[in-house]
Design a binder for this molecule. Structure first.
Ligand code: NOJ
Length: 745
């Protein structure tokens, strides 16, 4: 009874914390219907656009109260000017909310989110969001379109770079950490509003082709795709962006079940919902009729703000006159937008995010760069290190070869809209600095990113990397390799191979690069591959022939220094994959936490079996599995103990650093629900600990999980615990695990 009462109180406080704010109510009582609808209109105001360019008559619209917010405009002074228009020229002086895609940093750029997730460093990730907010909040930005927490299991989708990999549990923890990092509790001028996106299921686009359709069962949604969004709501995300795709046959943007029943009623979300870029407009192509009808549907479903379609601003007043929407529905959306501005403190001080003094001190400061460098080093995943080729000694002659070796603006990867590449170091510059003349460095581009034949006409990728004559490039590369003691290849994808509108069907290293890499391996010199990527790529040939491979993703503005920290052993690599790296393109979708089949073939089976669930040409499992990564030392796992106390299970294992250097290790706990009413995955991450062990040091690591982690969602979104047998597994990745079976009543 007391518990129920407390629960009721906490729900009330959560939903009513900001509802019916007297200030907002009073303001709304003075607003005309046009002004209310104006608050629901969001348009880009600068040169950073992500769809077709729309002429926005920005200044007029702001002054006449036809815009509630603007986004993706860089420059404090420009933003200050537009805010001044809103405050001084519009009738009621309502300030604008100003957004930007600060996905992994403002000018201090952190590794792409997929890379950051591989650090498994939640504190560090929260800190990255905090720094992003500190930098953005002095140059006019009060709202970031982040975190992006779309689960994705299909590496063809370029936007995998923006998310946290394939695991819903880890994805939720990371999303929540980012929300906390951005928002704090809105008490400081450095705390900005998060926008969790893309709600929902955008990562499940068919074939991994961007903007494609989605179809999935509710059981899969609730268990595999929705948990990270829910975690962000629980962490207090102030806003949510709906996705471009269908959810259960309805467009997410006009999906009442999703935006109202699940998001608000089941999860108690009390912020505002914004569409993605032009979503209401695009509903027509999905087959939902004209924009006026879709604007009505979107509002009624629970959308509050229209990004770029101009459906709300152009159609809602007429819809109101025709009785298709009610004043209450328009008021509700307007109230939510104004409440967000209130939470941000914009009514107290509309210029609170424009702070010239702080801008000088904070943006790209040495302290911020240090955090970015450390996190970049933690995000790299060492995949192979034959005969401990790495770390390298700073001696002799080192050849640095490849299309990514001398580029400045490819290191930050996708969505670095505020980046300032002139301030960043290329890999070549970083290496030179680190070597301090103690070794001779030779460097050449060697090849193009890809040949013309490998890319569709019109897809202008990799423009930032010079095009060279491939034959001459190869000859030069082989020449410097012949003079070197070791060859470092900076190869893979360039920044615009991933991110929005950058899906790929072939995930292998492009032909020109592979041909050069093969030629370099044939020289017999030791070769290190630094694999740049915004997604899992296929490294099958490389894994057999290259001595050392490190996935460096896109490490951000401080990437060059971070690469050197690892290459020369100042730090031991500790990144662990949060995605499965495939053996072949055709394995997509590929993910470790899959359901079983009636004719299972396990990862360890190396032989094809007729009439079993396998391919005739490639093994089932990942080339490098989820959770995998090497360090410059090794860790042993012994003596797994599992104890059960009422509602919780504690697994303890002894982990020992058996090598010669100190390093972080990520101890991972997985479960398998052996029998259940709904089929459960073969393995699910439910806990982990990132620990540092000195050489020779041992530690008992205990990870505790509760009923919640042992439960699953049914198709209504209820969390169900079913007593019975569970496998509790602990190990260094999702493949190398020790198991104990327990029975829970
Ligand atoms: C479209 C993208 O899908 C979304 O992630 C982004 O926040 C908006 N454009 C705004 O730039």
């Amino acid at each position: 009874m007391i518990r129920l009462f407390l629960l009721a109180i906490s729900i009330c406080t959560a939903t009513q914390l900001y509802a019916n704010i007297p200030y907002v109510e009073k303001l709304m009582s003075k607003m005309t219907i046009d002004e209310k609808i104006g608050q629901l209109n969001l348009m880009p105001a600068g040169n950073i656009v992500t769809g077709e360019k729309i002429e926005s008559k920005t200044a007029d619209d702001i002054a006449s109260g036809r815009l509630g917010g603007i986004f993706n405009i860089k420059g404090r002074e420009k933003i200050e000017k537009l805010q001044k228009l809103a405050v001084e020229k519009s009738r009621l002086g309502i300030p604008l909310i100003v957004g930007m895609d600060i996905i992994h940093g403002y000018e201090t750029i952190f590794p792409i989110p997929l890379a950051l997730s591989c650090s498994w460093n939640l504190e560090g990730i929260e800190k990255s969001a905090r720094i992003a907010a500190e930098e953005a909040s002095c140059v006019g930005i009060g709202w970031t379109f982040s975190p992006m927490v779309d689960i994705c299991v299909d590496a063809r989708w370029g936007r995998m770079a923006e998310g946290n990999g394939e695991d819903p549990y880890l994805g939720g923890l990371i999303g929540a950490a980012m929300v906390r990092g951005y928002q704090g509790n809105f008490s400081k001028p450095t705390e900005i509003m998060a926008c969790m996106k893309h709600f929902a299921l955008y990562g499940a686009v068919e074939g991994g082709r961007d903007y494609n359709t989605v179809d999935m069962s509710r059981v899969r949604m609730f268990n595999q795709y929705l948990p990270p969004y829910k975690a962000c709501v629980e962490a207090g995300a102030g806003s949510v962006m709906s996705s471009f795709n269908l959810v259960d046959g309805q467009h997410a943007t006009a999906n009442r079940w999703l935006l109202t029943d699940v998001l608000r009623k089941q999860w108690n979300f009390n912020g505002f919902v914004v569409t993605d870029y032009g979503s209401i407009f695009e509903m027509q192509s999905h087959g939902f009729g004209p924009i006026d009808k879709n604007s009505v549907k979107a509002l009624k479903a629970g959308t509050d703000m229209d990004m770029c379609s101009q459906g709300f601003i152009n159609c809602l007043k007429t819809a109101l006159e025709k009785g298709e929407v009610s004043l209450h529905e328009i008021d509700q959306a307007c109230r939510r937008v104004l409440e967000a501005k209130y939470k941000l403190g914009l009514f107290d001080n509309p210029y609170k995010f424009c702070d010239a003094r702080r801008e000088k001190e904070v943006v790209y400061s040495a302290a911020n760069r240090k955090v970015a460098r450390d996190l970049a080093a933690e995000s790299f995943v060492l995949l192979k290190n034959n005969q401990n080729l790495l770390p390298l000694k700073k001696q002799g002659t080192i050849a640095l070869i490849g299309p990514l070796s001398q580029t400045r603006n490819n290191l930050t990867g996708t969505w670095s809209v505020a980046q300032n590449p002139e301030r960043y170091e290329t890999l070549e510059e970083g290496l030179k600095k680190a070597l301090k003349g103690r070794a001779n460095l030779l460097c050449t581009q060697g090849c193009n990113l890809m040949s013309d034949a490998e890319i569709q006409k019109g897809a202008e990728f990799g423009k930032t990397i010079n095009r060279i004559d491939p034959a001459k490039g190869k000859a030069e590369a082989l020449k410097i390799a012949s003079q070197a003691d070791v060859v470092i290849c900076a190869m893979g994808e360039c920044a615009d191979f991933s991110g929005e509108s950058s899906s790929r069907a072939d995930l292998n290293l492009p032909d020109e690069q592979l041909s050069l890499l093969q030629a370099l391996v044939e020289t017999g010199k030791p070769v290190v591959l630094l694999n740049f990527s915004g997604r899992p790529t296929v490294l099958d040939w490389e894994s057999k022939h290259v001595d050392a491979i490190m996935n460096v993703w896109f490490g951000g503005s401080e990437m060059a220094g971070a690469v050197c920290d690892i290459l020369f052993g100042d730090k031991s690599p500790s990144g662990r994959l949060t995605v499965s790296l495939p053996r072949a393109n055709g394995q997509q979708p590929l993910y470790y936490n899959h359901l079983n089949t009636g004719r299972p073939v396990s990862d360890s089976e190396t032989q094809y079996r007729k009439y079993a669930s396998n391919y005739i040409d490639v093994r089932n499992g990942a080339l490098y599995p989820f959770g995998y990564g090497l360090s410059y030392t090794t860790f042993s796992y012994d003596n797994l103990r599992v104890s059960v106390h009422n509602d919780s299970v504690t697994a303890t294992v002894k982990v020992t650093n058996t090598g010669a250097c100190g390093s972080y290790e990520v101890v991972q706990l997985y479960i398998h629900d052996v029998y259940a009413t709904i089929a459960r995955p073969v393995c699910e991450l439910k806990g982990f600990q990132r620990i540092y062990l000195k050489p020779g040091e041992s530690r008992d690591v205990s990870i505790k999980i509760g009923r919640q982690e042992l439960s699953y969602y049914n198709s209504d979104g209820d969390l169900i615990f079913e007593p019975g047998e569970f496998d509790i597994m602990i190990g260094k990745n999702s493949r190398d695990l020790m198991t104990k079976r327990i029975v829970l009543n």
